[in-house]
Design a protein around this ligand. Structure first.
Ligand SMILES: [Ca+2]
Length: 198
C-alpha cells in the first residue's frame, strides 16, 4: 500500500515559524511604539466677584459768587461768569442728581422761588442734560428734599461722560436789603441703575 508521501519541509516550516514570530514581533513592536495620544485633561474654574455699589458724587468748584448785583437784576452761570458748579459721578452706578438749599437766598422771597433757580448745564463733553428725565429749564431750588426733582438724570460713571454742569440763576427781588446773601446747596446722588446692590 502506497501512502502518499508526507514530507515535512523543514525549511518552509522554519520560514513560516520565523515569519509568525516576526509578525508577532512586529505586532508587539507596533503596540509598543504607538505614539501615546496626547493626554489632555480639562478642568474649569470659575472666578466670581460681587462688586458693591458705590454712590459717590464730587463737586468740582463748590463756590459761586455773583459778587455785586443790584435789585431787580438777573445773573446766571450759563455764560461762565461766574463759572457754574461742576459735578462728577465718582461711583459705579448711574445716579440722578437732585438739589436743595439750606435756606432761602432772599429772606423776603422764600424758596422755592424763581429768584433762585438751578438747571442742568449743557456741557460740550456731556450729554446728561439731554436726558428725558431731567427737569427742563430753570427750576426753583426747594428747601425740602421731597420737593427736589432730578435736575440731572442718569449721570453716568464712565470716565469720559461722568461730569455735568449745574447752572445757577439769581434774580435779586426788588426791595431786597443790601448786604451779602448766601445759601448752601446740597446735591444728592440717587442710584437709578436698578442694580441690586450687595
Ligand atoms: Ca453770568
Amino acid at each position: 500500500m502506497n501512502f502518499p508521501e508526507f514530507k515535512i519541509n523543514y525549511e518552509l516550516l522554519a520560514v513560516v515559524i520565523v515569519s509568525i514570530i516576526t509578525i508577532i514581533a512586529l505586532i508587539n513592536a507596533v503596540i509598543l511604539n504607538v505614539p501615546a495620544s496626547p493626554i489632555t485633561g480639562f478642568a474649569t474654574g470659575t472666578v466670581y466677584v460681587n462688586v458693591s455699589c458705590t454712590v459717590s458724587i464730587t463737586m468740582m468748584g463748590n463756590n459761586i459768587s455773583f459778587i455785586y448785583m443790584t435789585e431787580g437784576t438777573t445773573n446766571d452761570t450759563t455764560d461762565n461768569i461766574p463759572p457754574p458748579f461742576r459735578i462728577r459721578n465718582d461711583g459705579n452706578v448711574v445716579v440722578n442728581i437732585s438739589v436743595t438749599a439750606n435756606n432761602s437766598l432772599f429772606a423776603e422771597n422764600p424758596s422755592p422761588t424763581t429768584n433762585f433757580n438751578v438747571a442742568c448745564g449743557n456741557v460740550t463733553e456731556e450729554h446728561n442734560c439731554t436726558q428725558a428725565l431731567r427737569e427742563v429749564g430753570w427750576y426753583a431750588i426747594p428747601l425740602s428734599p421731597s420737593e427736589s426733582p432730578a435736575i440731572i438724570a442718569n449721570l453716568q460713571f464712565n470716565a469720559t461722560i461722568d461730569e455735568a454742569e449745574v447752572d445757577i440763576n439769581v434774580t435779586v427781588p426788588a426791595g431786597t436789603p443790601p448786604g451779602g446773601k448766601s445759601a448752601t446747596l446740597t446735591f444728592t446722588g440717587i442710584d437709578t441703575s436698578g442694580t441690586v446692590c450687595p
